[in-house]
Design a protein. Structure first.
Length: 215
């Protein structure tokens, strides 16, 4: 079923995110966004004065959607342990087959598949223009500080870094979605995001005490 025309700024930004996830940030043009949104180029320019403004607002909107999605998932998660990294993994990697229906009901406006594609598009753009990172750096720093403040924060950050590494491998063509190695790494990331046993929590607390003493 065709989408209705995007007539609000947020709907246009979400159309732009779909284009960028498919074609890349630098290949995202006003004409492509207008076509994706089902409106005229003038309709895009009515809300966004230039392509640069559109791209900046698009990344800001993406960060806001992801942040709200994380907060919503965490608020609805009855288990506090590893909740931040669990929400992150669920939001950027498509759900396991037996939970496929959950992916369609994600508590934010972007499905995991699109979130994943857009992150890859941003990584490629950052390599060509590092200044673009400044748009989402405040969001990334807020997330880092929140995870660090959680019990088991160091362990959650290690899992987060491993997920980032998988994105880089995909960007470099060293990993492809659906391949056995890819599936195994994602399964391990999910395992590391599940709630820990009491013994595992104790071991993790010992590690954090050692790290705090050495800092």
């Amino acid at each position: 079923m065709a989408r209705p025309p995007a007539t609000t700024p947020n709907a246009i930004l979400e159309a732009a995110i779909r284009v960028a996830g498919r074609d890349g940030l630098f290949a995202t043009t006003l004409d492509k966004v207008a076509a994706e949104a089902g409106i005229t180029k003038g309709g895009v320019l009515y809300h966004f004065a230039s392509k640069d403004e559109l791209l900046t607002r698009m990344m800001e909107h993406f960060a806001a959607e992801v942040e709200q999605g994380l907060i919503t998932r965490i608020a609805n998660d009855p288990v506090a342990d590893r909740r931040w990294v669990r929400a992150m993994i669920d939001m950027v990697f498509a759900s396991e087959p037996d939970k496929a229906s959950d992916a369609n009901g994600a508590p934010h406006g972007l499905p995991p598949e699109l979130t994943h594609k857009f992150i890859l598009a941003m990584l490629a753009a950052f390599a060509a223009n590092p200044a673009l990172l400044n748009v989402i750096k405040p969001f990334m720093e807020r997330m880092r500080n929140r995870v660090q403040a959680e019990p088991g924060g160091v362990e959650q950050i290690v899992t987060w870094l491993a997920a980032d590494g998988l994105f880089l491998w995909e960007l470099f063509g060293m990993a492809r979605q659906g391949e056995p190695m890819w599936n195994a790494v994602v399964a391990e990331l999910r395992r590391r995001s599940r709630p820990r046993t009491a013994e595992e929590i104790a071991e993790g607390n010992d590690l954090e005490r050692v790290l705090n003493l050495s800092s």
